[in-house]
Ligand binder design. Structure first.
Ligand code: F6P
Length: 402
């Protein structure tokens, strides 16, 4: 008698860790007596023509640290369930019926859909149609609700941080202003985290309005302290001060963002007459081997996605609520974009160290918003002395630069 089968596919823009999810799911399936089928080119491989390959622990060996996806992926084509950021588009009923037939004929007990918000919106419509799916959250943008981290994000910020480390030395040598444009769509997670990890001086993100005056003010302020170079990190989805996003072109209903780095650099140069250069990191952030963190997260996602199938928890998505892997209904993840909290602890800490978000005129104490206490805490309230923390931060920065 043939064994039961689990299906898996990777959809949307690729990112490091997809192969680690596939390997995690295949090995887990094998241990539990299931065969695994991998559909090719995202959802496209599910129907007309059906394209798949049998995945075994043997033919997925050695892929844990490989970037990309051995199954291929697509973020265009017939399976688009959203327009713009999240407006729902109904999938063609003929497509849905075709996919259901494929799943039934191949005897697939559950289909693991690895994707970002757009791809998971397709999975949600499959679920509503009665196709047994579970989701795995993927994207370098880290903008999915219901999970603290998507895999791929850590690898992307590692790449962007390395880029900042490199820009740092050349910026210092030439006393230049360096602008680094990073990806992230309408969320500033990559810019914020890489900016903090790479010692950025100015971080411009979609969630915080900024002005050129304040960016230039920060640059001049650094100069007055003898620091004759500045690193500016700008998220591709940051709004221009005059309003609007910078897009390279329109990709279907979705604008392909990019180009803001050059605009910011040109305006800084025009206003301050300082040499300013731009680097656009682009798809380097999506390529290469996953970091250790992403390998661990992706492996857990793969294993727990199989578990969801076995437990019949269709329509759910694995998610990370540190320190545990849990699950939520897919609909909760695709309903709303998860953006940076402008008063969150990461932004506060960056401000405390003197990082500018291009809105300095508007800011008071970086710790204006109190840190929430956890249930286990015995303190009534946590209130930090901002001056004390700023002194500490300044002393540490001086020491690091000396
Ligand atoms: O969603 C991941 C992402 O890399 C975004 O950060 C970026 O805006 C977009 O995909 C680029 O898409 P494409 O690879 O289609 O140019």
């Amino acid at each position: 008698m043939s064994k039961k089968r689990i299906g898996i596919l990777t959809s949307g823009g690729d990112c490091p860790g997809l192969n680690a999810v596939i390997r995690g799911a295949v090995k887990t399936s094998g241990q539990l007596g299931y065969d695994c089928v991998g559909f090719l080119k995202g959802y496209e491989g599910l129907y007309d023509p059906v394209q798949y390959k049998t995945l075994t622990p043997k033919n997925t060996t050695g892929i844990l640290n490989q970037g990309g996806t051995i199954l291929g992926s697509t973020n265009k084509g017939r399976f688009a369930a959203t327009v713009g950021v999240s407006d729902r588009v109904e999938l063609d009923p003929e497509l849905l019926a075709g996919v259901k037939t494929t799943i039934d004929q191949l005897g697939i007990e559950g289909l693991i859909c690895v994707g970002g918000d757009g791809s998971l919106a397709v999975a949600q419509q499959f679920h509503e149609y009665g196709i047994p799916v579970v989701g795995v959250p993927k994207t370098i943008d880290n903008d999915l609700s219901a999970t603290a981290f998507t895999f791929g994000f850590d690898s992307a910020i590692d790449c962007a941080t390395n880029a900042l480390d490199r820009l740092h030395t050349t910026a210092a040598s030439h006393e230049r202003i360096m602008v680094l444009e990073v990806m992230g769509r309408h969320a500033g997670w990559i810019a914020l985290h890489a900016g903090i990890a790479g010692g950025g001086d100015v971080i411009l993100i979609p969630e915080i309005s900024w002005t050129y005056e304040d960016v230039c003010h920060k640059i001049l302020d650094r100069e007055s302290q003898g620091k004759r170079f500045t690193l500016v990190v700008v998220a591709e989805g940051a709004q221009l001060p005059e309003g609007g996003l910078v897009a390279e072109d329109q990709q279907g209903a979705q604008a392909r963002l990019g180009g803001i780095g050059h605009l910011v650099a040109a305006e800084i140069e025009r206003r301050l007459h300082r040499e300013t250069r731009t680097s656009v990191l682009g798809h380097l952030q999506r390529g290469g081997a996953p970091t250790t963190f992403d390998r661990v997260l992706a492996t857990q996602y793969g294993a727990h996605a199989v578990r969801l199938v076995l437990e019949g928890r269709f329509g759910e998505m694995v998610c990370y609520h540190p320190p545990e892997i849990k699950s939520v209904p897919i609909i909760e993840a695709v309903n709303k974009l998860r953006q940076v909290e402008p008063h969150g602890s990461a932004v506060q800490a960056a401000r405390a160290l003197g990082v500018s978000f291009g809105d300095q005129g508007a800011s008071e104490s970086p710790f204006a918003i109190k840190i929430e206490t956890t249930e286990a805490s015995t303190a009534d309230d946590v209130e930090l002395d901002a001056d004390f923390v700023l002194d500490l931060a300044e002393a540490a920065t001086e020491e690091a630069l000396s």
